[in-house]
Ligand binder design. Structure first.
Ligand SMILES: *[C@@H]1O[C@H](CO)[C@@H](O)[C@H](O)[C@H]1NC(C)=O
Ligand SMILES: *[C@@H]1O[C@H](CO)[C@@H](O)[C@H](O)[C@H]1NC(C)=O
Length: 164
């Protein structure tokens, strides 16, 4: 009996993980372009991470809170995000690359869940990143674009960042 359950669980795992084109672990890579200098992007992101440090902004739900800035310079930002209810910790990095004329900035964002067995995340890793962009208003600057896909970002196309 126990063996049969085991086999079914294993089969379910193989079917769930083997058939779709997506990261094996819950994680998300996103690339953005902003038509403003990296220095400004850097300041906006760091300010937003600090503004959402406490749980206050999640009093009415959502996960736009509990960010911790680990280290930051104009080229690389490291932060953590903790989910308010279950306290899962995700690691976030932003790599900022200036254009040659220094008038626009490309940013490579990455979020990964610390739990080694996390396979699905309901788009949390995407929202960890996107919420900061939206919260800081960087999605409204000229020349803004965002690029990712389900193969680089767990459950991207079904993510609802109002909730996560
Ligand atoms: C997250 O960052 C911590 C250090 O801040 C590191 O020890 C840990 O391995 C990282 N986890 C993942 C999944 O990258
Ligand atoms: C996301 O969730 C909120 C809150 O439950 C809901 O109002 C909204 O319609 C959802 N958006 C999408 C695109 O499903």
């Amino acid at each position: 009996m126990a063996l049969r359950v085991c086999v079914i669980v294993l089969l379910a795992f193989v079917v769930l993980t083997g058939t779709t084109d997506r990261p094996l672990h819950a994680e998300c890579s996103v690339e953005w372009t902003f038509g403003i200098p990296c220095n400004s992007v850097y300041l906006e992101l760091v300010t937003q991470i600090k503004a959402w440090k406490t749980a206050d902004n999640c009093a009415n739900g959502g996960e736009k809170c509990l960010y911790t800035l680990k280290s930051a310079n104009e080229h690389y930002i490291v932060a953590e995000h903790t989910t308010p209810v279950r306290k899962y910790v995700d690691n976030l990095t932003f790599k900022l690359v200036s254009s040659f004329d220094k008038r626009s900035c490309s940013v490579f964002g990455f979020s990964v869940s610390e739990l080694w067995y996390a396979v699905f995340d309901f788009g949390t890793n995407y929202c960890n990143l996107h919420n900061l962009i939206e919260g800081s208003g960087l999605d409204k600057v000229s020349g803004y674009s965002e690029s990712t896909s389900d193969s680089k970002c767990t459950q991207y196309s079904s993510a609802n960042c109002t909730i996560y």
